[in-house]
Ligand binder design. Structure first.
Ligand SMILES: Cc1cc2nc3c(=O)[nH]c(=O)nc-3n(C[C@H](O)[C@H](O)[C@H](O)COP(=O)(O)OP(=O)(O)OC[C@H]3O[C@@H](n4cnc5c(N)ncnc54)[C@H](O)[C@@H]3O)c2cc1C
Length: 568
């Protein structure tokens, strides 16, 4: 009996134990299942395109936040960062930017992963093979990138991957500006400034992200994702001079931040003298060492918000009051040209470009080639084009001079042809900013009823801007011994002077490609005919806010502007 009782208790105990274990396992497995959902890993990728920096990069900050694994990537798709059209200098600069990023990530145990191919294919692989489930990128404001980004957004949606784009290449979200302006981009700079005033100041830059604890795995076979060389892409210097330029813009965020620091010191010095924008005085620094921020702003190695607030805060520190908009007006130009291109895929063309006037430009490949190669026989123009090809950068007055010369000033060649040349050589060439400036200078857009059909003289403008001729002598060395009196018009030098200067015109240096006196008269009358048509047709298009804006754009005080425009 006792044995039976013991057996009964044992059986019941076993039964209870069995049910307890079963239900505990069940509970455990459903608990785990819940946990599976809860502890789904965040494997994130930040996709660099513009915005080639770590500081003030909201998309990067979002990607690394609470992530389990993080991979910074760059995709060479044949188009990114303007690589479809650009030449040696800009390729070199781009690879330097990426190298700097790679080195920055290396300090925290990571690397920059480089891929080759179409983003759609690459992301599909990343989702499958690396289990990537979170992508961030900086929003590209230009319409040419919209298709690429929309297809990635769709792919992510289909694949259940989180995909976030952040505005930080411009001070404001272009959509906010357009919405505030009633659905269309503001047509003048003044209107644009009014709109942004009503939006309030732009956001401040973010604090430096802490990458210390971010897990950035690097596999043993990383080599296949390493940054390629110029040789890999078959890119070589197009000109001997590119191998040993006088001024070298070295790419990268590190260099960009040092330049910004130096620039702010310069701003401070000029604020203390009750002036502003040291690089914007009436005597431009054509020969300044590579200090311009534009190539770095173009690739986003330096944040536009950090630049903007750096200047504004410096002003406030010096003057103890809010800065006037004047101190950052150059940055507004950049913003304005970006906004004007929103939704306009033909912004870089004449055909089907609603803001561009159709002017009857002529084709002349020989003249175009001579202009590109710095062989026009106008030393001021040739020096600028040589500087552009060899170093990838020109001061604004230089760009202004050569673009006017090619279009409405002398050669009457379309701004579209000039734009292609700039997109090839300029380090800072931006699809929208560059096209916008070309339309402006050639009077094709941003021109109010052609009130300013100015033809800047390639002789007088040069003499005014390069007063001691140092710039021309440097970039057209064959003229280095030409006396200043003839430096900007060497064909006027008597033969003895040419011989003494070791430069015979027509042999050592070309005769002028055209007579500026004749061509500018012909071109001005053509412009007047366009103006007449324009007034009759009342075509809506962009316009400068007023004449003062036009003078400022040419970096000339009104009186000199008048002289240079009309004294042929
Ligand atoms: C035909 C032509 C094409 C141009 N193409 C470009 C281009 O592709 N990319 C580019 O950044 N600039 C372009 N510019 C504008 C201008 O010449 C350069 O921005 C300027 O020379 C850069 O020098 P900086 O950095 O010392 O400028 P700063 O005078 O110090 O100005 C600070 C920043 O403001 C912006 N900025 C200044 N002027 C302009 C302007 N007119 N339009 C738009 N942004 C401006 C640039 O980002 C610049 O770095 C072009 C001008 C002309 C006439």
């Amino acid at each position: 009996m006792q044995a039976r009782i013991i057996c009964f208790f044992l059986e019941t105990g076993l039964l209870i134990l069995f049910f307890w274990c079963f239900s505990a396992r069940k509970m455990d497995s459903s608990f785990n299942k819940d946990m599976d959902i809860e502890i789904k890993k965040k494997i994130s990728v930040h996709w660099f395109r513009h915005g080639q920096r770590i500081h003030d990069n909201p998309a990067l900050v979002d990607a690394v936040k609470d992530c389990d694994e993080f991979y910074p990537i760059f995709i060479f798709d044949g188009k990114v960062a303007g690589t479809e059209l650009c030449g040696y200098n800009r390729w070199r600069f781009l690879l330097e930017n990426l190298k700097d990023l790679d080195e920055s990530f290396s300090k925290f145990g990571g690397r920059l992963y480089c891929f080759h191919g179409q983003p759609m294919d690459i992301f599909q692989k990343l989702f499958k093979e690396w289990n990537v489930n979170y992508i961030t990128a900086e929003e590209d404001p230009e319409p040419i990138w919209q298709d690429r980004d929309n297809s990635i957004k769709k792919l992510c949606e289909k694949s259940g991957v989180t995909c976030k784009f952040f505005t930080s290449h411009t001070l404001y979200s272009p959509q906010d500006i357009i919405a505030k302006n009633g659905g269309t981009p503001p047509l003048t700079l003044e209107l644009f400034q009014l709109v942004i005033t009503s939006l309030g100041p732009p956001l401040r830059p973010l604090p430096q992200p802490d990458l210390q604890d971010v897990n950035m795995p690097v596999p043993k076979n990383f080599k296949k994702f390493a940054l390629p060389t110029l040789e890999f892409f078959g890119i070589e210097p197009e000109f001997e001079e590119q191998k040993k330029p006088l001024n070298v813009f070295v790419g990268g965020e590190t260099r960009a931040l040092n330049l910004l620091k130096a620039r702010l010191e310069k701003e401070k010095a000029s604020f203390e003298q009750d002036s502003c924008q040291p690089n914007h005085q009436e005597q431009p620094e054509l020969m300044a060492k590579a200090v311009s921020l534009s190539p770095y702003l173009r690739f986003g190695c330096v944040s536009i918000r950090r630049t903007y607030w750096g200047i504004c805060d410096m002003y406030t520190k010096v003057h103890n009051k809010e800065p006037p908009s004047e101190v950052v007006c150059q940055l507004y130009w950049r913003e304005y040209f970006y906004i004007m291109s929103v939704g306009n895929l033909n912004y870089d063309k004449i055909e089907n470009n609603p803001i561009c006037l159709k002017i009857n430009w002529q084709k002349n490949d020989e003249h175009l080639r001579k202009w590109e190669l710095g062989q026009t026989g106008y030393p001021w123009i040739d020096a600028i084009m040589n500087q552009l090809r060899f170093e990838g950068w020109n001061h604004h007055v230089g760009r202004h001079a050569v673009s006017c010369f090619l279009t409405r000033g002398d050669l009457w060649i379309s701004w579209e042809d000039g734009l292609k040349v700039f997109l090839k050589y300029q380090l800072d060439a931006d699809w929208s900013v560059c096209a916008g400036n070309w339309m402006w200078v050639s009077s094709s857009a941003f021109e109010k009823a052609l009130q300013c059909p100015t033809c800047y003289s390639p002789v007088m403008y040069g003499m005014r801007m390069d007063r001691n001729g140092e710039f021309v002598r440097t970039y057209v060395p064959v003229l280095k011994d030409m006396p200043l009196k003839y430096l900007f018009c060497p064909w006027k030098a008597p033969l003895e002077v040419q011989k003494a200067a070791n430069c015979i015109i027509g042999k050592d240096y070309p005769e002028p490609i055209c007579s500026h006196r004749d061509m500018s008269r012909v071109n001005m009358s053509k412009m007047y005919r366009v103006k007449e048509k324009l007034l009759k047709a009342d075509i809506p298009h962009c316009a400068p806010t007023g004449e003062m804006e036009v003078w400022k754009f040419a970096w000339l005080p009104p009186i000199e502007h008048h002289d240079l425009a009309h004294n042929l």
